[in-house]
Design a protein around this ligand. Structure first.
Ligand SMILES: C[S@@+](CC[C@H](N)C(=O)[O-])C[C@H]1O[C@@H](n2cnc3c(N)ncnc32)[C@H](O)[C@@H]1O
Length: 223
């Protein structure tokens, strides 16, 4: 059961009763999504590329907040976006509509997302001439892909509530989908996570965290 709750910046999140955790930071869902995934992840990776295209893999697609902000940014900047979300427990379209996240993007972006959401579960869909989305309805452990991505958004529930998502094996599995020079970002920066990404050949950076967190992790796969 998921309950809609307000976070400190006025944006909503969901509380997952089974796991006992919110989908986003209670210090600000929108703020966290922009700070960790859009600014430190997507925009950083785009700045490193010569071509105007980007591929993103998200672990824990959830409400799609990270996706719609990424989609809006790519639409505004004429960048081709190829986005894959992994989600073991997809939310219904009805719940996603209740989040109020339509306020944060243009009408077109929201409509393109909502109208294709159900179809994107398990199938790649064109949302616009610039954006393709697929939500792999599977667990991270069972996810397979021959594609390597420019950016990975690692947005699992916390290690305290879902430790099985943060094991060395699961991090190595996730990093295996990253291109050389690709960027891994997470709101979390535990010692274990740093060690695990380093042992996959990534160079770790500590960045200032989203509201309420001192630090976050960004790591770049070395060539
Ligand atoms: C912190 S929330 C993600 C929030 C999401 N990025 C958003 O913007 O709404 C974690 C997500 O991971 C999903 N999840 C839980 N266990 C999973 C697993 N084993 N594999 C893939 N996804 C999982 C949950 O259903 C939830 O949607």
């Amino acid at each position: 059961m998921n309950i809609l709750t307000k976070t400190a910046d006025g944006s909503n999140t969901l509380f997952n009763e089974t796991i006992g955790e919110h989908y986003h930071s209670s210090n600000g869902a929108l703020q966290e999504s922009k700070h960790v995934f859009l600014e430190a992840g997507l925009k950083f990776a785009i700045a490193q590329k010569d071509e105007k295209d980007i591929s993103v893999l998200e672990v824990g697609f959830g409400t799609g907040l990270n996706f719609i902000l990424s989609f809006a940014h790519c639409e505004e900047n004429n960048i081709k976006l190829n986005y894959t979300g992994i989600e073991a427990f997809p939310l219904t379209e009805e719940i996603i509509k209740q989040t109020g996240y339509d306020e944060y993007v243009s009408k077109n972006v929201w409509q393109d997302f909502i109208s294709k959401y159900d179809y994107a579960l398990g199938n790649r869909q064109s949302l616009s001439s610039h954006c393709e989305l697929e939500i792999a309805n599977t667990t991270l452990a069972n996810f397979k892909s021959s594609t390597k991505f420019d950016v990975i958004y690692f947005d699992a529930f916390s290690v305290q509530h879902q430790p099985e998502m943060w094991t060395d094996d699961m991090i190595a599995h996730t990093c295996s989908f990253l291109k050389s020079g690709g960027v891994f970002v997470s709101y979390s920066i535990t010692g274990n996570l740093k060690r695990a990404v380093k042992s996959c050949g990534l160079k770790v950076e500590k960045l200032p965290g989203a509201a309420g967190k001192r630090e976050m992790l960004r790591a770049v796969k070395q060539c």
